[in-house]
Design a binder for this molecule. Structure first.
Ligand SMILES: [Zn+2]
Length: 390
């Protein structure tokens, strides 16, 4: 046998078992058993090594004395994505007061409350941003063979959301804001979710232009928090859907052009315009809003025409937005002039939020925050950030 070569497991040589699936399974079992032994061995070695190195520095939690003697090992079970492991933790006894304790638990990352490895918890959270908690728990059980309850996943996800620090760095000096309602809280129609991202056009991927997005802010409830956050960031350009009045939250504020056209449909309906005639009005508005030269004058005339034709609600909708409709034409720095990079994210939001139950505001906020963190913030938008984090 050449060095580095490994014997085939005997089981695969018996008749009827010479199958790659069989081979795979038996090698997995063998590797797992070896991995378990090796992991337990290394954790033990690590503690032996640390105990010697830290002699004199380890203190009794009861009387602060540093005269300790070794007192064997204690069993602990730890769940990981490769199964449940039995580990031994080092015990010591205080010579002064006689207390027995485990002096290295916190140092090696195994405090008393810890029953899961971080990587296992992380997998549970990852699954739960896409699936309901109970289903995420079942999925983890199927894929890893180790169990983590739906309630534990929920708690860990909340803890992660509470500790998330979102970067306030704005790429391309442009922030996009969109809002939608989710079925949460006490109000019958639910609570609004406000989402602020920053986006700029990235390199082409497979011949198609990509968009680099990053979550800046997300919360469920009234818009006060959003305004406060935007003012703290103090960005140059802001594009919003018109759901809230965000005047003064950035130097240049632009109403999303796509939303202006889309929302017009509802106001036309209120004004009694028949369904089949609505696209005509929408198309003319679209032509005006995308025309940087004659657009502003065109919009004024358009609003007047709507008023003269008795379409009061539609006219009001547009005259309210008029002052923020052509900011992009005078300030060429906008990386986007619609909130379209957010539309894909809003679909994702609705998919996770709409599961037929009523959420609490806090509950859905945590889930969405972590969901978008995974979707947008795990890859750095700004190349500078990559170098910093290394
Ligand atoms: Zn003591």
């Amino acid at each position: 046998m050449l060095p580095g070569e490994v014997n085939l497991p005997e089981v695969t040589f018996t008749p009827g078992r010479a199958d790659v699936n069989q081979l795979f399974n038996s090698l997995c079992a063998e590797t797992n058993a070896r991995f378990t032994r090796r992991f337990a061995h290394c954790v033990r070695e690590l503690q032996n090594h640390m105990y010697v190195k830290l002699q004199g520095q380890l203190l009794c939690p009861n009387c602060d004395s540093n005269t300790l003697i070794r007192k064997g090992w204690r069993r602990r079970y730890l769940k990981t994505s490769r199964g449940s492991f039995r580990l031994m933790v080092l015990q010591a006894k205080c010579k002064t007061c006689g207390r027995t304790f485990r002096p290295l638990n916190n140092l090696i990352g195994l405090p008393f409350s810890r029953r899961f490895l971080n990587e296992f918890v992380e997998k549970g959270i990852r699954a739960a941003v896409d699936l309901p908690f109970a289903r995420a728990s079942r999925m983890i059980k199927i894929l890893t063979g180790c169990r983590i309850s739906a309630e534990t996943i929920r708690q860990k996800l909340h803890a992660k959301a509470a500790n998330l620090q979102l970067s306030k760095e704005v790429s391309g000096k442009t922030i996009l804001v969109d809002s939608t309602k989710v079925k949460s809280g006490k109000k019958k129609r639910g609570s609004p979710v406000h989402l602020a991202i920053t986006a700029h056009k990235g390199a082409k991927v497979a011949g198609r232009p990509s968009i680099q997005k990053r979550l800046l802010h997300l919360h469920v409830g009234n818009s006060g928090k959003l305004r406060k956050c935007l003012k703290t960031i103090g960005t140059e350009n802001l594009v919003h859907d018109g759901f809230e009045n965000l005047a003064g939250c950035a130097t240049n504020v632009q109403r999303c052009r796509w939303h202006l056209v889309h929302q017009l449909k509802y106001y036309l309906r209120q004004d009694g315009v028949p369904f089949e005639s609505r696209p005509f009005y929408q198309n003319s508005l679209k032509r005006i809003l995308w025309d940087s030269k004659d657009g502003p004058e065109g919009l004024k005339t358009y609003v007047k025409d709507l008023k003269n034709n008795g379409l009061k609600q539609s006219a009001k909708h547009l005259s309210n937005a008029q002052h923020e409709a052509f900011t992009w034409a005078n300030h060429p720095g906008f990386s986007f002039t619609t909130t379209s990079p957010l539309e894909r994210e809003m679909r994702e939001l609705n998919r996770r939020a709409d599961i037929g139950v009523r959420w609490t505001d806090k509950g859905i906020e945590s889930v969405l925050k972590v969901l978008f963190y995974y979707r947008m913030n795990q890859q750095s938008v700004n190349p500078k950030e990559i170098t910093q984090s290394r």
